[in-house]
Design a protein around this ligand. Structure first.
Ligand SMILES: [Zn+2]
Ligand SMILES: [Zn+2]
Length: 346
């Protein structure tokens, strides 16, 4: 089968790999669509340590069950499924609480073990969920990453209330979906803030009422004015930079909250405590999502309440994976999410 393998030294090869064997308790999935995420770009460029090399890349995917191992009774050949982005231990307190993002022993597909950028993948049955017929594979591929992660931030960590003014800083893949979900969950005003005009255009299509280019002289003031009132009561960061998180904290209204979902190695500062404490700002990290939140996102998508028709902005056959990674890195043609389609001829 064809697969996209990452080697030491940021080398990507399109290879003919042996088809993985399905063992007891496992499922083999013929991947129909795999999402290309910013994390894949970081991994491919060496900006993120990859524990297992060489490795077949990719942690987002959906497809058709191709074979089931001994002891698997919930799925059968031909079932449409989506894949979770990591294998979790199933035993730690986070796993017991259903919080898939917090398992300390999670093995991320495409990083710690072979992933979805291949014609077939074998995973434990616990990594697979049914994909309703109403949801196309390319949307199924991103639900368990770009969409459910944003839902956890907006619905649960932020606890968004109807009628709030909100701002999203960093409107790439997950930020874009945070805007879609904030609109769906009743935000009054949504301000999109980003350094890319293309991302801001897409943010408007997702439902943002106003856009702020963070490169302007006083982005804080621009965000507060665009939100109206005393500024946004809720600011969500998906840029993951020192400057973006500090901008989020500076922009938020008194008594407001900042949710940080962007991951990186930079260290933002709280600023003078007289303003941090005096404004009573809440700052919370947001990582992954729970199984119940993913179920909710699947339901919202299957019933058409959540419209992902603008989410996949370009599609590539497996053989052009390196080009897809380059296009995402350079934000060519304003990507939201890109999809690899292993069934397409290269
Ligand atoms: Zn991802
Ligand atoms: Zn665990």
């Amino acid at each position: 089968m064809k697969a996209v393998r990452l080697y030491e030294g940021s080398e990507i090869r399109i290879e003919d790999a042996p088809e993985p064997e399905v063992g007891a308790g496992q499922i083999r999935v013929a991947v129909q669509a795999a999402g290309v995420c910013g994390t894949d770009v970081h991994a491919a460029r060496g900006a993120l340590p990859v524990p297992t090399l060489p490795v077949i890349m990719g942690h987002e995917g959906a497809g058709i069950v191709d074979a089931v191992g001994k002891g698997v009774s919930d799925f059968a050949e031909g079932d449409r499924v989506l894949l979770l982005p990591s294998e979790t231990c199933g035993e730690c307190p986070a796993c017991e609480a259903g919080h898939l993002g917090l398992c300390p022993r999670a093995r991320i597909l495409g990083m710690a073990r072979d992933g979805t950028f291949a014609e077939k993948i074998v995973v434990p049955a616990s990594c697979v969920l049914p994909l309703p017929a109403e949801i196309p594979f390319e949307h199924g591929a991103i639900l368990a990453d770009a969409v459910a992660t944003a839902y956890h931030a907006v619905a649960t960590r932020a606890g968004i209330r109807g009628g709030e003014r909100i701002a999203v800083v960093g409107c790439g893949g997950v930020g874009h979906h945070a805007i879609l979900l904030a609109r769906l969950l009743g935000a009054k005003t949504i301000v999109a803030a980003d350094a890319s005009e293309g991302a801001l255009r897409k943010a408007e299509e997702a439902g943002a009422d106003a856009c702020v280019d963070v490169r302007v002289a006083n982005a804080r003031k621009a965000i507060r004015q665009a939100a109206g009132g005393e500024g946004p009561e809720l600011v969500i960061d998906y840029a993951g930079k020192k400057a973006s998180v500090e901008l989020a904290m500076a922009s938020v209204a008194r008594g407001g909250r900042v949710i940080v979902g962007g991951v990186g190695m930079e260290s933002p500062e709280l600023g003078p405590l007289v303003s941090f404490v005096g404004k009573e700002i809440g700052v919370l990290g947001s990582m992954g999502y729970t199984r119940a939140e993913l179920d909710r996102v699947i339901e919202l998508t299957a019933t058409g309440k959540l419209d992902l028709s603008g989410s996949i902005t370009a599609r590539y056959p497996l053989g052009r994976a390196a080009e897809a990674l380059d296009d995402l890195a350079s934000r060519r043609n304003d990507p939201v999410r890109l999809a690899l389609l292993p069934g397409e001829p290269s």
